[in-house]
Design a protein around this ligand. Structure first.
Ligand SMILES: [Mg+2]
Length: 396
């Protein structure tokens, strides 16, 4: 350790604050204080009120420990929780925020960015994509410099992809997220993926629910489109079947629920061994985890792209005292010590979390419509009625 590093520094307390935007965005931020006066910041995505309880429980086994021995602390946290079964996204979410804060502390103590602790920079900028369901929205993103756009949902994903490809041409990468609804049958997913092949998507995400990897394999074996998945899974071992089964071309660990940067880099290494790229999920993330993802992607060889909500809740930009610089669809990797950010705590505390999950979406939204067996029949009937296949032939 260099001079000035808190080699024997113990942390004194963990504190956390959650925030919400009327239930649509619920973020949980964690602060870890040390007796050296250094404070680390982290974020846990999803289940903020439940994860907060897990963080407070873990606090008891961490107070008095040296926060720079990150791997040891990570193993200590996991063992502390495993006696009650697998911890899932709640336990791994809590560990993610705390682990993120440890890396931030260590970087600040050593006066170097987190990406440097992770092995140094492979790249100086991170390519990002944003979301569009209409030609107008996609054109607005392209005008801002974006070269990759995600569309999808369970409402007409094929039609959206065909329309966007036809309108924006061959120079833009399109990503399609089917959201793996539990009622979408493999046969429908295969039909959709095969029809999408002609539009050359960068990847198709969660063509079926990830709960059954053998069904995922059925889709994999029947289509040539690159597949992506992993956003709902927590930690290295949960991602392992997708990676070791070669079921995806792109693995999508969520920076706020994958157990932290300590786990993310192991997931990336396992993926690298299988020639699989990494594109972290950011669907529920706030600005702290986004910064952590940028440090992480800067340091790994198999980074593909990062999800970014170009039009997020306006308050997102007030959570931090500074924001990432995104130019022409690329985020510039920050160079300040640690994660290089500070929280605007007054703003965060004035927006307390109200719930753990996103509020229900209307049936007609086409995103995560309530799923039943009836929905499956509904989808298949619509699939035929819309006559996608003739639509696509017309666009060839
Ligand atoms: Mg997704």
């Amino acid at each position: 350790m260099q001079a000035g590093a808190p080699a024997e520094t113990a942390w004194s307390a963990a504190s956390q604050g959650g925030m919400s935007t009327a239930g649509s965005r619920n973020w949980l931020f964690v602060k870890v204080h040390t007796d050296a006066g250094i404070t680390g910041i982290g974020e846990c995505s999803g289940w903020p009120k439940v994860v907060e309880t897990a963080v407070r429980d873990l606090e008891r086994i961490l107070v008095g420990e040296d926060p720079t021995h990150i791997e040891r602390l990570w193993q200590r946290m996991r063992v502390a929780m495993m006696g009650h079964g697998e911890t899932g996204v709640v336990g791994y979410g809590a560990m993610a925020g705390l682990d993120m804060a440890f890396w931030d502390i260590k970087g600040k103590a050593l006066g170097t960015p987190v990406w440097n602790l992770l092995g140094g920079k492979v790249r100086d900028t991170i390519r990002v994509y944003s979301h569009a369901s209409s030609v107008e929205r996609a054109q607005a993103l392209v005008a801002k410099g974006y070269t990759a756009i995600k569309t999808g949902g369970v409402a007409n994903p094929l039609e959206k992809l065909a329309t966007l490809r036809s309108a924006l041409g061959a120079d833009i990468d399109f990503l399609v997220d089917l959201h793996g609804p539990p009622w979408l049958q493999a046969a429908d997913a295969i039909a959709l993926c095969r029809e999408m092949e002609q539009f050359r998507p960068l990847f198709v995400e969660e063509p079926v629910a990830p709960d059954n990897v053998e069904v995922f394999r059925r889709v994999r074996d029947k289509t040539s489109v690159p597949l992506a998945g992993g956003e709902r899974l927590a930690g290295l071992w949960a991602q392992r079947p997708l990676i070791e089964g070669n079921l995806v071309d792109v693995i999508q660990p969520d920076t706020g629920r994958s157990g932290g940067l300590t786990q993310m880099r192991k997931i990336a290494a396992l993926a690298e061994a299988h020639f699989i790229t990494v594109a972290p999920h950011a669907g529920t993330l706030g600005p702290v985890a986004e910064v952590a993802a940028v440090h992480f992607l800067a340091s790994i060889p198999n980074a593909l792209i990062l999800e970014r909500f170009e039009e997020d809740w306006e308050g997102k930009h007030q959570v931090l005292s500074s924001s990432l610089r995104c130019v022409n669809g690329f985020i510039h990797v920050p160079n300040l010590p640690g994660l290089g950010i500070e929280l605007n705590e007054d703003f965060i505390m004035s927006h307390p979390s109200v719930c753990n999950v996103r509020l229900p979406i209307s049936r007609g939204s086409g995103a995560y419509a309530p799923g039943t067996e009836v929905e499956s029949v509904y989808y298949q009937a619509r699939f035929q009625r819309k006559n996608y296949f003739s639509v696509n032939r017309g666009l060839k």
